[in-house]
Design a protein around this ligand. Structure first.
Ligand SMILES: [Mn+2]
Length: 288
């Protein structure tokens, strides 16, 4: 346990210019449909990031040797479209400079703009880990709702370039839209039967040569592991499943978001697993 400076991700010792990894918080939860609080997620994940050793048991990598910068939090916004515009404008130069964004939400509405900020000529494939399909065209009249995030990403990258994994909750409207668009998904039950490594190998096959972006809704985990979230959904994945997903993607990973950690409902478990998975992604993607 080290001294915990407020509002800073552990071992983020690099300047923005020299960093490969850039942590950015988006304290926005205005589209949360059940129980709010994810706006407090970024700083709580940062706090928990200080709990972990810098040395990685499996790879021998010391995370403090990697160039990580913490760019702080975006300001507050009155609407999801204002948030999306500001977030795209903040992330676009990071993509253009070849950096690896680590965006901490916030509700899942804070993920789509990260992908939409990818330059049009930049190929990518999204591994969308979520209990929910998030494939509505709009929710409560809002196309920027957290219930629409996989749809917005697919519109930007092409429906063939997004795969939702870990899902166990879907609406009839979404099922029809999936049939129409050909969006691919693997349910939590598929993961349970086949294992995460085999599941992600399938996804990597779908992606072809494209690099991978992971959008991680913490509710893809079972509420037993990560109940501190806005819309907890039973029959979920384990923390080791997500670690295995990250490890299997490995150096093909170009960026990551972690969404829907809601500290008011968290006894600490959810923030801890979120912080540890962010660090796992940094370590694993750093290997050539
Ligand atoms: Mn989601």
């Amino acid at each position: 346990m080290r001294t915990i400076p407020a509002g800073q991700f552990a071992d983020a010792n690099a300047s923005l210019e020299e960093a490969r990894y850039v942590v950015l918080g988006v304290p926005f939860d205005r589209t949360t449909s059940f129980r709010p609080g994810a706006r407090f997620g970024p700083d709580q994940i940062r706090t928990h990031s200080w709990n972990f050793e810098t040395h990685d048991l499996e790879t021998g990598i010391d995370i403090s040797d990697l160039p990580i910068h913490d760019a702080g939090n975006l300001e507050e916004f009155g609407s999801a479209s204002d948030m999306a515009e500001a977030l795209r404008a903040t992330v676009r130069p990071l993509w253009e400079a070849g950096k690896f964004p680590i965006v901490l939400g916030g509700d899942h509405a804070c993920a789509a703009p990260v992908v939409e900020a990818l330059p049009k000529d930049r190929e990518a494939f999204v591994l969308y880990l979520d209990a929910h399909m998030d494939f509505r065209d709009e929710y409560l009249g809002d196309k920027r709702s957290h219930a629409c995030s996989s749809r917005r990403m697919a519109e930007h990258l092409g429906y063939e370039n997004v795969a939702v994994v870990g899902v166990r909750s879907v609406s009839k409207e979404e099922t029809e839209a999936i049939q129409k668009t050909g969006l691919r998904f693997l349910s939590a039950y598929d993961v349970h039967r086949a294992g995460m490594e085999a599941t992600v190998q399938k996804v990597l096959k779908m992606a072809g040569k494209r690099p991978i972006y992971i959008s991680l809704d913490i509710d893809c985990l079972d509420p037993a592991y990560a109940g501190g979230t806005g819309t907890p959904e039973p029959f979920g994945l384990t923390p080791l499943d997500i670690k295995e997903a990250i490890d299997t993607v490995g150096h093909r990973l170009i960026g990551l978001d972690i969404m829907e950690v809601s500290p008011p409902y968290d006894n600490g478990n959810t923030s801890a697993v979120a912080a540890r998975l962010a660090r796992e992604a940094i370590v694993r993607s750093s290997r050539a």
